[in-house]
Write a protein that binds this ligand. Sequence first.
Ligand code: GRF
Length: 225
Amino acid sequence: MMQRSLSASTSAEQEAPSIEGASTSDKRLPRIAIFASGSGSNFQAIVDAAQTDPEHFGAVVALLVCDKPGAYVLERAKAAGIQSAVYTPKQYENRELYEQDLLQRLQAEGIEWIVLAGYMRIITHVLLEAYPGKMMNIHPSLLPSFPGLHAVKQALDYGVRVTGVTVHLVDAGMDTGPILAQHVVQVEAGDTEESLSDRIHAIEHGLYPAVICDVLAGRLAPIRV
Ligand code: GRF
C-alpha cells in the first residue's frame, strides 16, 4: 500500500492526493472512508452510488475500515476494488490508542469524511477532534427513540406503530448527534425483527447515499446542532 504524508483536508475544495489509477475527475472529489463491522449492505449501497456516477455522488469511497477480521463487508470491498484497513481493537491498550493508529491511516489516505455504516463502536475524542462535523452515522430507528443495540427489536417490543431510519452527525454519545435526515417505516401487525429489519434496510440503502451526497455538496445540514 502506498503511504502518503498528508493530513486530512478540511475542505472539499482542496485537492485530494494523487492516487494511482484514479481518473482525473476523481482527483477533485473528497475522499471518504466507510467504517463497518458486519455484512456491509449499506457499504455496498454507498459504493454502488459512488461508482455508478462519481461526479453526481460527489465523493470517492477510498477506504473501508473494519474492526472485525472476517466480516463479510471485506469481501464486498475486495469485489468493488476498494482497499480495506482491518483492525483488532482488543489488541490495543485502550480505545484512544486504537483510534490514534487508525487516524494515522486515515490521514495518510487523505480521508476528509468518515461514514459509519454498521460500525459497532463509540467514537472517542481522538477521531471526533480530527473530523469535527465530518462524521456521520445511520441508525435503524427514529432517534431519539431506541438508540444503541437492537433498535428494531426495541421498537417491536415497545409496540410502536412507526419506526424508521435516522442519519445523523456523530458526537461522543451513543446515537445522539445532530440529525441530518429521517425516514418513517410503518410497523405491520405480525412483523418479526427480520421482516421489519428488511424494510428498514431497503430504506437505508436509498437514504444514506442520498444524504451523503447532499451533505458533501452543502445542500443539507442539521436543523439544530
Ligand atoms: C444498519 O441497520 C444500520 O442502520 C446500523 O447497522 C446496520 C448495518 O447493516 N447502524 P449493514 O451491515 O449495512 O447491512
